[in-house]
Design a binder for this molecule. Structure first.
Ligand code: HEC
Ligand code: HEC
Ligand code: HEC
Ligand code: HEC
Length: 163
Protein backbone atom coordinates (compact mmCIF):
# COMPACT_ATOMS: atom_id res chain seq x y z
CA UNK A 1 0.00 0.00 0.00
CA UNK A 2 0.92 3.60 -0.57
CA UNK A 3 1.74 4.89 2.94
CA UNK A 4 0.09 8.16 3.90
CA UNK A 5 3.03 10.15 5.13
CA UNK A 6 3.22 13.96 5.13
CA UNK A 7 5.98 13.79 2.53
CA UNK A 8 3.84 11.73 0.12
CA UNK A 9 0.83 13.95 0.65
CA UNK A 10 2.80 17.04 -0.28
CA UNK A 11 4.13 15.27 -3.33
CA UNK A 12 0.64 14.24 -4.46
CA UNK A 13 -0.81 17.70 -3.94
CA UNK A 14 2.04 19.33 -5.80
CA UNK A 15 1.83 17.03 -8.79
CA UNK A 16 -1.94 17.54 -8.95
CA UNK A 17 -1.52 21.29 -9.11
CA UNK A 18 1.15 20.93 -11.77
CA UNK A 19 -0.60 18.36 -13.92
CA UNK A 20 -4.06 19.90 -14.10
CA UNK A 21 -2.95 23.20 -15.69
CA UNK A 22 -0.67 21.27 -18.02
CA UNK A 23 -3.57 19.09 -19.14
CA UNK A 24 -5.89 22.08 -19.62
CA UNK A 25 -3.19 23.87 -21.57
CA UNK A 26 -2.58 20.99 -23.96
CA UNK A 27 -6.33 20.50 -24.50
CA UNK A 28 -6.85 24.13 -25.49
CA UNK A 29 -3.76 23.97 -27.67
CA UNK A 30 -5.10 20.91 -29.53
CA UNK A 31 -8.42 22.70 -30.04
CA UNK A 32 -6.63 25.77 -31.39
CA UNK A 33 -4.88 23.80 -34.11
CA UNK A 34 -8.26 22.65 -35.36
CA UNK A 35 -9.86 26.05 -35.18
CA UNK A 36 -7.24 28.49 -36.42
CA UNK A 37 -5.52 26.14 -38.78
CA UNK A 38 -3.08 26.72 -41.57
CA UNK A 39 -3.62 26.38 -45.31
CA UNK A 40 -2.14 23.36 -47.11
CA UNK A 41 -3.46 23.64 -50.67
CA UNK A 42 -5.86 21.42 -52.65
CA UNK A 43 -3.24 18.90 -53.77
CA UNK A 44 -2.88 17.76 -50.16
CA UNK A 45 -6.49 16.54 -50.21
CA UNK A 46 -6.11 14.33 -53.28
CA UNK A 47 -4.74 11.23 -51.54
CA UNK A 48 -7.86 10.83 -49.39
CA UNK A 49 -10.51 12.59 -51.51
CA UNK A 50 -9.64 11.58 -55.07
CA UNK A 51 -13.21 12.03 -56.37
CA UNK A 52 -13.70 15.57 -55.04
CA UNK A 53 -10.22 16.51 -56.16
CA UNK A 54 -10.74 15.26 -59.73
CA UNK A 55 -14.12 16.98 -60.00
CA UNK A 56 -12.65 20.20 -58.73
CA UNK A 57 -9.73 20.14 -61.18
CA UNK A 58 -11.97 19.21 -64.13
CA UNK A 59 -15.08 21.28 -63.51
CA UNK A 60 -14.45 24.13 -61.07
CA UNK A 61 -13.08 27.31 -62.62
CA UNK A 62 -11.61 28.02 -59.20
CA UNK A 63 -8.92 25.46 -60.03
CA UNK A 64 -7.65 27.90 -62.71
CA UNK A 65 -8.48 31.18 -61.02
CA UNK A 66 -4.89 32.38 -60.83
CA UNK A 67 -4.52 32.21 -64.61
CA UNK A 68 -7.60 34.47 -64.90
CA UNK A 69 -5.69 37.15 -63.05
CA UNK A 70 -2.58 36.63 -65.17
CA UNK A 71 -4.69 36.99 -68.33
CA UNK A 72 -5.92 40.41 -67.28
CA UNK A 73 -2.90 41.75 -65.48
CA UNK A 74 -1.61 43.83 -68.40
CA UNK A 75 -2.05 47.50 -67.58
CA UNK A 76 -2.79 46.84 -63.89
CA UNK A 77 -0.57 48.16 -61.09
CA UNK A 78 0.94 45.75 -58.51
CA UNK A 79 -1.51 47.21 -56.01
CA UNK A 80 -4.49 46.41 -58.23
CA UNK A 81 -3.23 42.90 -58.92
CA UNK A 82 -2.90 42.21 -55.21
CA UNK A 83 -6.56 43.09 -54.80
CA UNK A 84 -7.45 40.27 -57.20
CA UNK A 85 -5.64 37.77 -54.95
CA UNK A 86 -8.24 38.17 -52.19
CA UNK A 87 -10.74 36.18 -54.24
CA UNK A 88 -8.64 34.41 -56.86
CA UNK A 89 -6.18 32.66 -54.49
CA UNK A 90 -6.42 30.72 -51.21
CA UNK A 91 -6.13 32.65 -47.96
CA UNK A 92 -4.43 35.80 -49.27
CA UNK A 93 -3.86 38.22 -46.40
CA UNK A 94 -4.64 35.57 -43.79
CA UNK A 95 -2.13 33.73 -41.57
CA UNK A 96 -0.60 30.85 -43.52
CA UNK A 97 -2.35 31.89 -46.75
CA UNK A 98 -1.18 32.83 -50.26
CA UNK A 99 1.74 35.27 -50.33
CA UNK A 100 3.23 35.12 -53.81
CA UNK A 101 3.71 32.75 -56.73
CA UNK A 102 7.32 32.17 -55.66
CA UNK A 103 6.69 31.56 -51.95
CA UNK A 104 3.31 29.78 -51.95
CA UNK A 105 2.64 28.27 -55.41
CA UNK A 106 0.41 25.57 -53.85
CA UNK A 107 -2.10 28.24 -52.81
CA UNK A 108 -2.24 30.23 -56.04
CA UNK A 109 -5.78 29.15 -57.04
CA UNK A 110 -8.98 29.46 -55.02
CA UNK A 111 -8.85 25.93 -53.62
CA UNK A 112 -10.81 23.56 -51.38
CA UNK A 113 -9.97 25.66 -48.37
CA UNK A 114 -11.79 28.82 -49.54
CA UNK A 115 -14.96 26.89 -48.73
CA UNK A 116 -13.85 24.34 -46.15
CA UNK A 117 -11.47 26.61 -44.26
CA UNK A 118 -7.78 26.15 -43.49
CA UNK A 119 -7.28 22.38 -43.36
CA UNK A 120 -3.73 21.49 -42.43
CA UNK A 121 -4.69 19.83 -39.14
CA UNK A 122 -7.38 17.80 -40.91
CA UNK A 123 -5.15 16.81 -43.83
CA UNK A 124 -2.47 15.57 -41.46
CA UNK A 125 -4.80 13.60 -39.20
CA UNK A 126 -7.80 12.71 -41.38
CA UNK A 127 -9.87 13.75 -38.35
CA UNK A 128 -13.26 15.11 -39.53
CA UNK A 129 -13.51 17.20 -36.34
CA UNK A 130 -10.85 19.48 -37.84
CA UNK A 131 -12.77 20.35 -41.01
CA UNK A 132 -15.85 22.35 -41.91
CA UNK A 133 -18.32 20.29 -43.92
CA UNK A 134 -21.30 22.62 -43.93
CA UNK A 135 -20.51 25.61 -46.12
CA UNK A 136 -22.79 28.62 -45.76
CA UNK A 137 -23.87 30.98 -48.51
CA UNK A 138 -22.20 33.79 -46.54
CA UNK A 139 -18.88 32.11 -47.24
CA UNK A 140 -19.56 32.25 -50.99
CA UNK A 141 -20.62 35.89 -50.76
CA UNK A 142 -17.22 36.99 -49.51
CA UNK A 143 -16.09 36.58 -53.13
CA UNK A 144 -19.37 36.33 -55.02
CA UNK A 145 -20.31 39.81 -53.89
CA UNK A 146 -23.59 41.49 -54.88
CA UNK A 147 -21.85 43.68 -57.50
CA UNK A 148 -20.18 40.69 -59.02
CA UNK A 149 -23.37 38.66 -59.06
CA UNK A 150 -25.00 41.56 -60.91
CA UNK A 151 -22.07 41.99 -63.31
CA UNK A 152 -22.06 38.33 -64.18
CA UNK A 153 -25.87 37.98 -63.92
CA UNK A 154 -25.19 34.92 -61.91
CA UNK A 155 -25.88 33.84 -58.37
CA UNK A 156 -24.03 30.83 -57.02
CA UNK A 157 -26.00 27.94 -55.60
CA UNK A 158 -24.49 26.27 -52.61
CA UNK A 159 -23.60 23.03 -54.43
CA UNK A 160 -21.82 24.59 -57.41
CA UNK A 161 -18.27 25.78 -57.87
CA UNK A 162 -16.46 23.14 -55.85
CA UNK A 163 -17.05 19.54 -56.90
C1 HEC B 1 -5.14 11.55 -44.53
C2 HEC B 1 -6.38 11.53 -45.24
C3 HEC B 1 -7.11 12.84 -45.46
C4 HEC B 1 -6.65 13.97 -46.06
C5 HEC B 1 -5.24 14.25 -46.60
C6 HEC B 1 -7.78 14.88 -46.14
N1 HEC B 1 -8.89 14.29 -45.59
FE1 HEC B 1 -10.77 15.05 -45.50
N2 HEC B 1 -11.43 13.40 -44.54
C7 HEC B 1 -10.67 12.30 -44.23
C8 HEC B 1 -11.49 11.34 -43.49
C9 HEC B 1 -11.02 9.99 -42.98
C10 HEC B 1 -12.76 11.92 -43.38
C11 HEC B 1 -13.99 11.33 -42.69
C12 HEC B 1 -14.51 10.19 -43.50
C13 HEC B 1 -15.80 10.46 -44.09
O1 HEC B 1 -16.71 10.92 -43.39
O2 HEC B 1 -15.94 10.24 -45.32
C14 HEC B 1 -12.70 13.21 -44.05
C15 HEC B 1 -13.77 14.07 -44.16
C16 HEC B 1 -13.72 15.30 -44.82
C17 HEC B 1 -14.85 16.20 -44.97
C18 HEC B 1 -16.24 15.96 -44.44
C19 HEC B 1 -16.27 16.23 -42.97
C20 HEC B 1 -17.53 15.73 -42.31
O3 HEC B 1 -17.86 16.28 -41.25
O4 HEC B 1 -18.16 14.78 -42.82
C21 HEC B 1 -14.41 17.29 -45.67
C22 HEC B 1 -15.21 18.52 -46.05
C23 HEC B 1 -13.00 17.07 -45.96
N3 HEC B 1 -12.62 15.85 -45.43
C24 HEC B 1 -12.21 17.94 -46.66
C25 HEC B 1 -10.85 17.79 -46.85
C26 HEC B 1 -10.01 18.79 -47.48
C27 HEC B 1 -10.48 20.12 -48.02
C28 HEC B 1 -8.74 18.27 -47.50
C29 HEC B 1 -7.48 18.93 -48.01
C30 HEC B 1 -7.14 20.24 -47.46
C31 HEC B 1 -8.79 16.96 -46.87
N4 HEC B 1 -10.09 16.72 -46.49
C32 HEC B 1 -7.71 16.12 -46.70
C33 HEC B 1 -9.35 12.11 -44.55
C34 HEC B 1 -8.53 13.05 -45.16
C1 HEC C 1 -12.15 32.93 -52.06
C2 HEC C 1 -13.18 33.38 -52.96
C3 HEC C 1 -14.33 32.47 -53.32
C4 HEC C 1 -15.21 31.82 -52.47
C5 HEC C 1 -15.23 31.83 -50.96
C6 HEC C 1 -16.16 31.14 -53.32
N1 HEC C 1 -15.82 31.36 -54.64
FE1 HEC C 1 -16.81 30.62 -56.28
N2 HEC C 1 -15.42 31.45 -57.50
C7 HEC C 1 -14.39 32.27 -57.11
C8 HEC C 1 -13.63 32.72 -58.25
C9 HEC C 1 -12.40 33.60 -58.22
C10 HEC C 1 -14.26 32.16 -59.39
C11 HEC C 1 -13.86 32.37 -60.85
C12 HEC C 1 -12.63 31.61 -61.21
C13 HEC C 1 -12.14 32.02 -62.58
O1 HEC C 1 -12.88 31.86 -63.57
O2 HEC C 1 -11.00 32.49 -62.65
C14 HEC C 1 -15.39 31.38 -58.88
C15 HEC C 1 -16.27 30.66 -59.68
C16 HEC C 1 -17.42 30.06 -59.23
C17 HEC C 1 -18.41 29.46 -60.08
C18 HEC C 1 -18.35 29.45 -61.60
C19 HEC C 1 -18.51 28.11 -62.26
C20 HEC C 1 -17.51 27.06 -61.81
O3 HEC C 1 -17.92 25.91 -61.72
O4 HEC C 1 -16.35 27.33 -61.54
C21 HEC C 1 -19.38 28.97 -59.25
C22 HEC C 1 -20.66 28.23 -59.63
C23 HEC C 1 -19.00 29.26 -57.89
N3 HEC C 1 -17.78 29.92 -57.90
C24 HEC C 1 -19.72 28.92 -56.76
C25 HEC C 1 -19.32 29.15 -55.44
C26 HEC C 1 -20.08 28.73 -54.28
C27 HEC C 1 -21.41 28.01 -54.31
C28 HEC C 1 -19.37 29.14 -53.18
C29 HEC C 1 -19.68 28.92 -51.73
C30 HEC C 1 -20.04 27.58 -51.33
C31 HEC C 1 -18.16 29.81 -53.67
N4 HEC C 1 -18.19 29.78 -55.04
C32 HEC C 1 -17.20 30.38 -52.86
C33 HEC C 1 -14.08 32.61 -55.81
C34 HEC C 1 -14.72 32.16 -54.68
C1 HEC D 1 -14.43 40.18 -54.54
C2 HEC D 1 -13.81 39.03 -55.18
C3 HEC D 1 -13.07 39.20 -56.48
C4 HEC D 1 -12.07 40.10 -56.76
C5 HEC D 1 -11.46 41.16 -55.85
C6 HEC D 1 -11.67 39.82 -58.14
N1 HEC D 1 -12.40 38.80 -58.66
FE1 HEC D 1 -12.30 38.05 -60.55
N2 HEC D 1 -13.87 36.85 -60.15
C7 HEC D 1 -14.50 36.72 -58.95
C8 HEC D 1 -15.59 35.79 -59.07
C9 HEC D 1 -16.52 35.38 -57.94
C10 HEC D 1 -15.62 35.36 -60.41
C11 HEC D 1 -16.57 34.40 -61.03
C12 HEC D 1 -17.75 35.18 -61.52
C13 HEC D 1 -18.87 34.35 -61.93
O1 HEC D 1 -18.75 33.61 -62.91
O2 HEC D 1 -19.89 34.48 -61.25
C14 HEC D 1 -14.50 36.05 -61.06
C15 HEC D 1 -14.18 35.90 -62.41
C16 HEC D 1 -13.08 36.45 -63.02
C17 HEC D 1 -12.64 36.19 -64.37
C18 HEC D 1 -13.30 35.21 -65.32
C19 HEC D 1 -14.29 35.88 -66.19
C20 HEC D 1 -14.86 34.87 -67.14
O3 HEC D 1 -16.08 34.83 -67.26
O4 HEC D 1 -14.10 34.10 -67.71
C21 HEC D 1 -11.50 36.93 -64.59
C22 HEC D 1 -10.66 36.98 -65.87
C23 HEC D 1 -11.25 37.67 -63.38
N3 HEC D 1 -12.22 37.37 -62.44
C24 HEC D 1 -10.16 38.51 -63.18
C25 HEC D 1 -9.98 39.29 -62.06
C26 HEC D 1 -8.92 40.29 -61.93
C27 HEC D 1 -7.85 40.59 -62.97
C28 HEC D 1 -9.08 40.86 -60.70
C29 HEC D 1 -8.30 42.00 -60.09
C30 HEC D 1 -8.26 43.21 -60.84
C31 HEC D 1 -10.23 40.22 -60.08
N4 HEC D 1 -10.74 39.29 -60.93
C32 HEC D 1 -10.69 40.52 -58.79
C33 HEC D 1 -14.17 37.35 -57.77
C34 HEC D 1 -13.27 38.39 -57.67
C1 HEC E 1 -17.11 26.26 -53.72
C2 HEC E 1 -16.99 25.68 -52.43
C3 HEC E 1 -16.27 24.35 -52.28
C4 HEC E 1 -15.01 24.03 -52.69
C5 HEC E 1 -14.03 24.91 -53.43
C6 HEC E 1 -14.78 22.68 -52.26
N1 HEC E 1 -15.87 22.19 -51.60
FE1 HEC E 1 -16.05 20.38 -50.69
N2 HEC E 1 -17.99 20.78 -50.23
C7 HEC E 1 -18.64 21.96 -50.53
C8 HEC E 1 -20.04 21.83 -50.16
C9 HEC E 1 -21.09 22.89 -50.32
C10 HEC E 1 -20.20 20.51 -49.62
C11 HEC E 1 -21.47 19.85 -49.13
C12 HEC E 1 -21.66 20.14 -47.68
C13 HEC E 1 -23.00 19.64 -47.21
O1 HEC E 1 -23.15 18.43 -47.15
O2 HEC E 1 -23.83 20.48 -46.94
C14 HEC E 1 -18.88 19.89 -49.67
C15 HEC E 1 -18.60 18.60 -49.21
C16 HEC E 1 -17.34 18.01 -49.21
C17 HEC E 1 -17.00 16.70 -48.65
C18 HEC E 1 -17.95 15.77 -47.91
C19 HEC E 1 -18.47 14.71 -48.80
C20 HEC E 1 -19.42 15.24 -49.80
O3 HEC E 1 -19.09 15.15 -51.02
O4 HEC E 1 -20.48 15.75 -49.43
C21 HEC E 1 -15.69 16.49 -48.92
C22 HEC E 1 -14.88 15.23 -48.56
C23 HEC E 1 -15.18 17.65 -49.63
N3 HEC E 1 -16.21 18.56 -49.78
C24 HEC E 1 -13.87 17.79 -50.05
C25 HEC E 1 -13.43 18.83 -50.86
C26 HEC E 1 -12.11 18.86 -51.48
C27 HEC E 1 -11.06 17.79 -51.35
C28 HEC E 1 -12.06 20.02 -52.20
C29 HEC E 1 -10.96 20.50 -53.11
C30 HEC E 1 -10.44 19.57 -54.11
C31 HEC E 1 -13.30 20.74 -51.98
N4 HEC E 1 -14.11 19.97 -51.18
C32 HEC E 1 -13.61 21.99 -52.51
C33 HEC E 1 -18.07 23.10 -51.06
C34 HEC E 1 -16.81 23.19 -51.60
Amino acid sequence: MFPIRPKNLIFCTLSFYLLVPLLLFSLSWAKDIGRKGVYVGSKACQACHEQEYQNYVKYARKSKSFSSVLKMKKGLTQEEIRKCYTCHTTGYGKPGGFVSLEETPHLKNAGCEVCHGPSKAHAESGNPAYIKRKVSLETCQICHTPERVRAFRYKPLIHGGGH
